[in-house]
Design a protein around this ligand. Structure first.
Ligand SMILES: Nc1ncnc2c1ncn2[C@@H]1O[C@H](COP(=O)(O)OP(=O)(O)OP(=O)(O)O)[C@@H](O)[C@H]1O
Ligand SMILES: [Mg+2]
Length: 261
């Protein structure tokens, strides 16, 4: 069983930055690799982590569509896709990454998407911890493409638009009766002078704030210079903020066992 943490929120509020910091700080959790899933079609979690990832599930899907009529008589489409899916998992030091890529394409069909849900669930279960960086917007909630989630972190910046999206997400997960165990607000990019605004953001969004991550000039500098998140020094305010966040997540300890991958 995996413990799953999904990160959502309005575009540009810092979902990928927070996801990358979580993967970086939690890698090798309990001595085992963790899984990062990038489900944003404009994927960049791997870039934020400073690792190259060439394969994606979108590409695997394309290859299946291209080659499905060339399979041998005893080769099942499902097995071939499973093979392609497995080869989209990229392995790094302490974490693996799977990039979902583009979900739909011309000629794509539901059969593959249904297979995929099960494959992602089966794959996640091999890891003690799964961090899911989602695309901006709410569509994936209504499509229910998000698997069972233990903790949903709804990231907002201190803006009216950001917190309104957080409120919509909160309402949506309630009305859709989604498979999310607990949802929290994360206030990112908060300038110190606005600390007393956190209560208002909580009230507007209807979500309890689990962590505040300050505006961090180092994160911006790194982004500008294409430097990866894991190179941030210990003095980074964002790194410290996410370290505090992790303490509150109550991630279960990993039972000692075999390394699965
Ligand atoms: N705490 C922070 N301090 C300063 N800059 C930050 C902080 N968090 C994120 N940023 C910057 O904000 C911008 C958006 O961050 P990020 O890409 O993580 O957002 P996102 O929500 O994943 O965006 P998208 O919706 O496009 O995927 C980036 O330039 C990033 O460097
Ligand atoms: Mg992003």
């Amino acid at each position: 069983m995996t413990f799953s943490i999904a990160i959502s929120g309005k575009g540009g509020t810092g979902k990928t930055t927070v996801s990358a910091l979580l993967v970086h700080l939690l890698k090798n959790y309990g001595g085992q690799p963790i899984l990062g899933i990038d489900s944003d079609p404009n994927s960049n979690l791997n870039e934020a982590l400073g690792v190259d990832a060439t394969m994606s599930v979108g590409k695997a899907r394309e290859m299946l569509l291209k080659n499905k009529d060339k399979l041998g008589p005893y080769q099942r489409k499902e097995d071939y896709f499973n093979y392609l899916f497995q080869s989209s998992v990229e392995e790094f030091d302490g974490f693996d990454i799977i990039i979902m890529g583009n979900a739909e394409g011309p000629g794509c069909y539901c059969y593959v998407n249904n297979l995929l849900r099960k494959m992602v669930d089966d794959l996640s279960d091999k890891y003690p911890l799964m961090i899911l960086d989602t695309e901006a917007g709410l569509e994936h909630f209504s499509r229910r493409t998000t698997r069972d989630i233990d903790i949903l972190l709804v990231v907002t910046d201190p803006t009216a638009k950001g917190v309104l999206t957080a409120k919509r997400i909160q309402e949506l997960i309630k009305t859709l009766n989604t498979n999310i165990r607990k949802a929290y607000l994360v206030v990112n990019r908060l300038p110190p002078r606005f600390v007393d605004k956190v209560k208002d953001l909580e009230k507007t969004s209807g979500l309890e704030c689990i962590a505040v991550i300050p505006e961090d000039p180092l994160v911006q500098e790194f982004d500008l210079n294409g430097k990866p998140i894991p190179d941030l020094p210990a003095s980074s305010l964002a790194l410290k903020g996410v370290t505090e966040l992790i303490k509150k997540l109550e991630i279960p300890e990993v039972p000692k066992g075999e390394i699965s991958r």
